[in-house]
Design a protein around this ligand. Structure first.
Ligand code: SAM
Length: 329
């Protein structure tokens, strides 16, 4: 078997998403249930264990890491982990996805620790709709967090909005206007069946509908010159120079065949797909003196066993037992 993380479809994996906690200070309906039994602290991988995993992954070609959750900023001393990962030879790119609630206080420290890529989730600029979706208040805090990220020096600051029919139609233009005004890169993610609530295709507000709405309001959009078709997000530039928007069309343009990701859950399970129905335990190996070679072997085999893709668009689709907050989005 090659040393690269390659699967039987020839996909090479360089991208690791690390969930640092399943806890969250919001309860977004599309992501998680209202009542949750969170993992016990002792179940969570320590920073040392996470860094060790990354150290083993880097020689296998893992050069991109994204910290996520739950809400990653709820994990204490996250900048320490950013520093530890920054010291792993071969890791070039460390990112964070956050809901922004705690970001105003942490943005500068994270930037100083070496974090450069940040995605902040914001589905709406309307406080009532925010409460309806997140089942908590917090819009002002998220906005403060976005501004703090800009001030700290993050560039670009990316904004993630889940695209849900009945909601996102009203948000596309205000969010786009806000992003254009503040120099943010807005990206819509088609709503996926990975939350606690009932999903159906009709509930997805599709990429083409978003693009049509944007063009009616702001004029033509052109696919970005540096758009990489292997990336999940398709990037578009406003012809009027108003910046860039991205669309992750997980449902209407699935990108499984160019997937390069693996995921490590907060409790140390390795998943080769967001929608995987099985996962492998690496925590036991990490805690019981497993060698680097043994851990590398588990990663290689997990990637090798990856299926062709999620089956969302077929009648065979089976929703994983974990919801998004416990996997790491
Ligand atoms: N708490 C952090 C946050 O809100 O960004 C990180 C974890 S969250 C699970 C990561 C991303 O997944 C967020 O941008 C969130 O909007 C997105 N997400 C959650 N559930 C989703 C779903 N059912 N479909 C599409 N995106 C979803």
């Amino acid at each position: 078997m090659s040393n690269q993380l390659i699967d039987t479809f020839g996909r090479i994996h360089n991208n690791l998403r690390i969930s640092v906690t399943d806890r969250c200070n919001l309860r977004c309906t599309y992501c998680m249930p209202e009542e949750v039994e969170f993992m016990d602290k002792a179940q969570l991988l320590t920073f040392e264990e996470i860094a060790r995993f990354a150290q083993v992954g880097a020689p296998l070609g893992i050069n991109k890491v994204r910290l996520t959750g739950g809400e990653p900023l709820m994990r204490r001393k996250l900048p320490t982990l950013v520093r530890m990962l920054g010291a792993v030879p071969g890791l070039k790119d460390i990112g964070l996805t956050t809901n922004g609630i705690l970001l105003a206080d942490q943005a500068q420290e994270l930037f100083d620790a070496g974090l450069r890529r940040i995605n902040i989730s914001l589905d709406t600029l309307d406080p009532d709709r925010f409460r309806q979706l997140a089942r908590r208040d917090g819009l002002d805090k998220v906005l403060d967090g976005i501004h703090a990220a800009k001030r700290a020096g993050f560039d670009p600051v990316k904004i993630n909005a889940v695209s849900i029919r009945g909601i996102t139609e009203h948000e596309v233009i205000p969010l786009a206007r806000f992003a254009r005004e503040h120099g943010l890169e807005l990206r819509f993610i088609e709503y996926m069946p990975i939350g606690a609530d009932h999903w159906e295709r009709d509930k997805v507000y599709f990429a083409d509908e978003i693009l049509a709405q944007l063009e009616r309001e702001f004029g033509p959009l052109a696919i970005a010159a540096d758009n990489d078709p292997r990336n999940p997000a398709q990037d578009w530039d406003y012809a009027d120079g108003g910046g860039r928007i991205g669309i992750i069309a997980s449902i209407s343009r699935p990108f499984c065949m160019s997937c390069n990701r693996i995921r490590l859950t907060a409790d140390g399970k390795l998943r080769n797909c967001l929608f995987a129905l099985t996962e492998v335990d690496v925590k036991t190996l990490l805690r019981s003196g497993g060698t680097d070679e043994q851990i590398a072997d588990v990663i290689r085999k997990n990637v090798w066993a990856k299926w062709e893709g999620n089956e969302i668009n077929t009648s065979r689709f089976v929703k994983p037992l974990r919801t998004m907050h416990a996997i790491g989005g």
